[in-house]
Every structure is written in structure tokens, then in C-alpha cells.
Design a protein around this ligand. Structure first.
Ligand SMILES: NC(=O)c1ccc[n+]([C@@H]2O[C@H](COP(=O)([O-])OP(=O)(O)OC[C@H]3O[C@@H](n4cnc5c(N)ncnc54)[C@H](O)[C@@H]3O)[C@@H](O)[C@H]2O)c1
Length: 296
């Protein structure tokens, strides 16, 4: 029985490697790259610890189990001492989705327990990036952080950077952004909107910073934000119903408007991306992000 299963596993791995080789030969530039990453990384089972067992934590658990991984520890507000447990320390990687005010401590505790971390919590990383980088570099720790783990958003972010590069030559177009999320979201603008704004700032020479614009609250009232200066990009935020996440970048001129939008249908795309990032993180170290995982 064990031998048959072993032989089956070897056959599956050989077939997978054959498929990877075939994709490599075909060299479809981006598609093969993405498929290679998706197919290759999950050949080995991982032990995963979950930090935060809310909407994302539960979706990640489902997808991790579907991909053949094991959940060895789940930490939430009622068992915070479990960072010191043998079960937690036995994890190959911890996946952290909690809240802006606790994410920094959670990542520190997990790294201090000797466990690599993938964190998707938003609203905490930008202000702590230098500390986290130093921790990874000086103490040999590993943190993969992304404001958005969705493959679709990674593609959208690449399109956003490319469009910004083109639009840098056309300052008659006024750039602005809008993000819409569910009413439970604590931070505004969203981490993804900030990352997209940074992608624009890297490429448009006449823009130097972003500012928070108007916030439309769940009851429809509007909290007025900043009026952007000529070198600033305004990000408006809307909190409505159970929307998983919509991001729009608009370039407006007297003659016409150019708009790009990413609209997430559910949380599965974020959760799958986080599990794939965890598979990648097990074999890598240091401060990691989506640019390491998806090279475009
Ligand atoms: N990066 C991405 O792709 C992505 C996608 C979706 C959501 N998010 C972010 O992930 C975070 C979580 O989102 P969610 O929808 O799962 O929220 P949620 O409120 O449904 O779940 C958060 C969970 O964290 C727990 N928690 C709170 N403090 C904790 C602590 N100190 N230690 C351990 N657990 C703690 C809560 O009890 C809850 O179960 C948010 O910051 C959200 O913005 C990121």
C-alpha cells in the first residue's frame, strides 16, 4: 500500500516536472512563468500556522488543506500564548491576517519563535518597513508582506505602472484613484491603493505624493478629505456593504477619460495568493514581496 502510494507520488511528481519542462520549452512569456510558479511550488507539503482566524484565516485554511498542506497551529485573541507552543514552533511558515494595530507584534513574535512569516494585514507595514528589513537582514529572519496577494491585482499593478509610465508624458491628464471595500475594513485608503499610488509615483515625474481624499461612510455620509495639490494624487475611499475590493485609477482630460479597474469577486484570490506566497517563502529568506514571486 505504502509502496503503491509512494510510486503514485513519484509518478505525479515526474508528470508535474514533465509539464514544467514542456511549459519552459513553450516559453509563453508571462503565462508560462505564472503557471510554473503555481504548479512548481506546491509539490511539497508544508506545516502552516495561522495567526488570525477571521474571514481571511478561514479561507486560507480551506485553500491550504485543498493544496495538501497541514495546519499545525491556529492563533487568535483567546490563545495568544501559543506563540511559545511546540506546535507553533513546528510550523514551516506562519500566515498572518489580523488587524493593523496587532500585525507588527504578531510578526515579531512569530519571527522570534523561529518561524518564517507571510503577512497580509494592511495598515501597518509602510511605517514599520525599515525595522522589519533590519530584523530580516541582521537576524536572518524572513517576512513576506503584501498589501494584496491576488494574482489579478499583481497583473493590474503591472498594467498600472506601465500606464503611468506612458502618462508621464501627458500632464494634461489629471490622475486620481478610488477604492471601495466592505464596511468592516479598518484602514483607509486601502493598502492596495497605497501600493498602486506608489507605482504611479515611481513613474510619473510630475507627481510626488498621494493624499487621502473623501471617505464615503457605510451610512452614505461623506467625510471630506484633502484637496490635492498639483503634484499630489488624491485617493477617495468608499465603505459599502460586503464589497471584497474594487480599485480604480482614472486619468481625466478635457478631451477624454482613461480608466483601469480591478474588481475582486471574493476572498479566494487573496487566500490562494497567500498560500502560494507561503510555499515560496519556505524556500527563500529575508524581506520578500510580490515582486520576488511574480517577476513582472
Ligand atoms: N493582503 C491581502 O491580500 C488582504 C486581503 C484581504 C484582507 N487583508 C487584510 O487582512 C486583515 C484581516 O482581514 P480579515 O478580513 O480576515 O479580518 P477579520 O476581522 O475577519 O479577521 C481578523 C482576525 O484576527 C483576529 N485577531 C485580532 N487581534 C489578534 C491578535 N493580536 N492575534 C491574533 N489574532 C488576532 C480577530 O479575532 C479575527 O479573528 C486586514 O488587515 C485586511 O485589511 C489583506
Amino acid at each position: 500500500m505504502a509502496y503503491t502510494e509512494n510510486a503514485k507520488e513519484i509518478t505525479v511528481k515526474r508528470a508535474a516536472r514533465g509539464l514544467l519542462f514542456l511549459l519552459f520549452i513553450i516559453k509563453l512569456r508571462y503565462l508560462s512563468k505564472i503557471l510554473i510558479i503555481f504548479a512548481a511550488i506546491n509539490l511539497n507539503e508544508m506545516k502552516i500556522a495561522l495567526i488570525g482566524y477571521g474571514k481571511m484565516g478561514k479561507t486560507i485554511e480551506r485553500i491550504a488543506l485543498e493544496r495538501g498542506h497541514e495546519i499545525v497551529s491556529i492563533i487568535d485573541v483567546n490563545n495568544l500564548d501559543d506563540f511559545n507552543s511546540e506546535a507553533f514552533k513546528s510550523a514551516d511558515v506562519a500566515i498572518e491576517f489580523t488587524a493593523p494595530h496587532v500585525a507588527f507584534d504578531n510578526c515579531m513574535k512569530a519571527m522570534d519563535a523561529g518561524v518564517k512569516v507571510v503577512s497580509g494585514s494592511t495598515g501597518w507595514f509602510q511605517q514599520n518597513e525599515a525595522v522589519m528589513r533590519e530584523k530580516c537582514e541582521k537576524e536572518g529572519k524572513t517576512l513576506f508582506w503584501s498589501s494584496n496577494f491576488s494574482l489579478g491585482v499583481a497583473i493590474f499593478a503591472a498594467v498600472n505602472r506601465y500606464l503611468a509610465k506612458i502618462m508621464s508624458n501627458f500632464d494634461n491628464y489629471k490622475v486620481s484613484m478610488e477604492e471601495t471595500h466592505h464596511i468592516h475594513k479598518l484602514d483607509a485608503p486601502s493598502g492596495t491603493a497605497i501600493t498602486l499610488a506608489e507605482g504611479i509615483l515611481e513613474n510619473i515625474v510630475h507627481k510626488t505624493s498621494w493624499v487621502m481624499g473623501d471617505l464615503t461612510n457605510p451610512d452614505g455620509s461623506v467625510t471630506k478629505g484633502n484637496v490635492p495639490g498639483p503634484t499630489e494624487i488624491k485617493i477617495d475611499a468608499i465603505r459599502r456593504d460586503e464589497v471584497p475590493g474594487i480599485h480604480t485609477v482614472t486619468y481625466d482630460s478635457d478631451a477624454d477619460t482613461i480608466t483601469i479597474t480591478h474588481d475582486a469577486h471574493n476572498r479566494s484570490g487573496f487566500a490562494l495568493g497567500a498560500v502560494i506566497a507561503a510555499e515560496y517563502t519556505v524556500g527563500h529568506s529575508g524581506m520578500l514581496g510580490m515582486k520576488d514571486l511574480l517577476d513582472f
